[in-house]
Structure formats: structure tokens, C-alpha cells
Design a protein around this ligand. Structure first.
Ligand code: 13P
Ligand code: SF4
Length: 311
């Protein structure tokens, strides 16, 4: 049996769409009907006419699809594929934090559980966080969660003083200034691309700070032929595919015991699990109706503001 052919056949028979994040394995990205960053995946989910969405990414991405498309079946190849950033912001604790700071607009990164989104006013991704924060008057008191690095970066470029939740992504926190500077010394002409989930000192080294899609676009359009990439290494697949003549160097992690900068959760999505979930119609995302009803509002708000701003 050719597993990839079987997957394609099942998609046609069941009217299913496979969506994948840039951090999944290259072979998963290759078989997907749509590959994107968090914002593009949410936008695609909102407009798809497929009956079944198979989300090859982490659990909160499947939840976002289900919240936007309650009438569709949303499958995730491995429901254990969570996200350290989403886990760093339990809904009950975040809710207490929000209650302790009345009068604040609550902005949450898309890397959150549905229950955390349910106590949020507007969701953002790394593609639109700056613009959405700036869509509120400068003096609006804002709580930003859960990523303290992204929040700190937005504070620094907008002159805001948002209250930050102390969350972080274990992958992006691993990058070190020292290791990147060592690489830069070896490749002086390389441009440094950094995801804003990295720590502030790493972000300061960047020639371009942005979401995975923004970094990809920059690498395609920029004249440089070498790039040091400080984000999860799965993005190198699309970068290399888009620009075969350019060189992409994954920034090494600080911790020498880590082999590379991979998100262990994203890499839990395998071809076999993708095949199994399409064949069995399981594991399926289901969300408590009360939570989904509340969580859809800040996600829709993000999509509305993004559409208005042409993002
Ligand atoms: P983007 O897809 O917005 O770049 O976010 C990266 C990420 O960590 C997704 O989990
Ligand atoms: Fe979550 Fe970090 Fe993995 Fe993205 S890279 S899914 S933020 S753990």
C-alpha cells in the first residue's frame, strides 16, 4: 500500500482538507493541501468548504478550526501534540489574573487553549499582534498573554506598557545570542531571521523579526543569499523549497544536549498517524459548547480586524 496515495484517495472520498503548520515535518507539509502560519491556518479554516479538516499541527490549532467551524469534523493526528506556551497559561489561573486587573482589554496569543480564549477579548497571532494592539487607543490598559517575549517585543515597538503573562515557548527560549553571533562570524553576509517568541536579546540581533510566514516572505524577497534562522527548524523546508539557490542555517539552541531546534509536539505528527486519523475519523476535536460560544468571539474579532487591515 502506498500510504500517501491512500491518504489522497481518502481526502477525495471524504471531502477532507489537510492543513499543516510550517513546523511539521517536510513530508507532512508536502502532502498537505494548505500549509501556513497560525493566522493563515485560521483564515483558511474559516473559509474552507471541506466537510472534514485534518489539522496537522498542535492541539490548539485543531481547537481553533473547530471553534470556527463547529459543524465540521476536525481531526488531529495526535491529540497529545500540545504546546508548551498554551500549557503555560491555564485558563483558571489566567482568569484569576484577568479578574485581579479589572478594566483591562485582554489580548491573547492564538497559542492558548479554547478555555483561555474564552476569557479573552481579542486573539492575535505573531502575524498581526502589533497591528491589533495598535488598533486600540494608546492609553488602553491591556493584558497580553501568554507569551512574555512576544508581549515584551510588542511593548518595545509600540511604546505600550501592556501587563504580561509570564508564559513562554520552550523551543524559542532555547536560542542564544552567543551561538547566533558565533554563526554570524562564520557567515558575515547572512541575514538573521528571528521569531518574536524568542527572548529580547535574541530579537535585538534580527535583520527581520516576524511570524513564520513573514520570515519566509522576507527570505524570498531579500537579496541576501544566506540566512540564519532563529525559529523552529521545520520552516527551513519551505524556505529551501522556495529558494533552492539560497542557504538557510538553523540557529543552534543554547543547550548542547538538544540535537536541534525542533518542537517535539509538532514532530509528533507523522504520516502513519495522518493516515490512521483519516481512516478512522478519530481523534476528533470536540469542545464544550459554552467554552466554544465564548472563544469564537475573540477569534472572529481577530479575523475581522485582520481583514480590515488587509493582513
Ligand atoms: P506563527 O505560525 O504565527 O509564526 O507561530 C509560531 C508558533 O509557534 C506556532 O505554534
Ligand atoms: Fe508551541 Fe513552541 Fe511548539 Fe510553537 S514551537 S507549537 S509555541 S511549543
Amino acid at each position: 500500500m502506498d500510504i500517501k496515495e491512500e491518504i489522497k484517495k481518502m481526502c477525495l472520498e471524504k471531502n477532507a482538507i489537510i492543513m499543516a503548520h510550517y513546523y511539521t515535518d517536510g513530508e507532512i507539509q508536502n502532502i498537505a493541501d494548505f500549509v501556513g502560519d497560525s493566522l493563515a491556518l485560521a483564515q483558511k479554516a474559516a473559509e474552507t468548504e471541506a466537510d472534514i479538516i485534518v489539522m496537522c499541527g498542535v492541539h490548539f490549532m485543531g481547537e481553533t478550526c473547530k471553534i470556527l467551524c463547529p459543524g465540521k469534523k476536525v481531526l488531529v493526528p495526535d491529540p497529545e501534540a500540545t504546546c508548551s506556551l498554551a500549557e503555560s497559561c491555564p485558563a483558571d489561573k489566567f482568569s484569576e489574573f484577568v479578574k485581579a486587573h479589572p478594566g483591562h482589554t485582554v489580548i491573547s496569543y492564538v497559542n492558548t487553549t479554547a478555555a483561555t480564549k474564552a476569557v479573552t477579548d481579542v486573539v492575535v497571532t505573531s502575524s498581526n499582534a502589533r497591528q491589533i494592539v495598535e488598533s486600540f487607543p494608546q492609553d488602553t490598559p491591556i493584558i497580553f498573554g501568554p507569551d512574555k517575549n512576544l508581549g515584551g517585543y510588542i511593548n518595545s515597538i509600540t511604546g505600550r506598557n501592556m501587563l504580561l503573562w509570564e508564559g513562554a515557548c520552550h523551543v524559542h527560549e532555547r536560542f542564544s545570542v552567543e551561538k547566533i553571533l558565533q554563526l554570524k562570524a562564520l557567515h558575515p553576509n547572512a541575514k538573521i531571521l528571528v521569531h518574536p517568541e524568542c527572548k529580547g536579546p535574541v530579537v535585538k540581533l534580527a535583520d527581520k523579526v516576524g511570524s513564520t510566514a513573514a520570515l519566509l516572505k522576507f527570505s524570498i524577497n531579500d537579496d541576501a543569499t544566506e540566512f540564519i534562522v532563529a525559529t523552529e527548524s521545520g520552516i527551513l523546508h519551505e524556505m529551501q523549497k522556495s529558494c533552492p539557490h539560497k542557504t538557510f542555517i538553523p540557529a543552534p539552541p543554547n543547550d548542547s544536549t538538544c540535537a536541534c531546534n525542533e518542537c517535539n509536539y509538532m514532530k509528533m505528527i507523522t504520516m502513519q498517524k495522518l493516515y490512521n486519523c483519516l481512516k478512522n475519523g478519530y481523534p476528533e476535536i470536540n469542545i464544550d459548547a459554552d467554552i466554544a460560544e465564548k472563544a469564537v468571539l475573540p477569534i472572529r474579532k481577530m479575523l475581522e480586524i485582520s481583514a480590515k487591515l488587509g493582513l
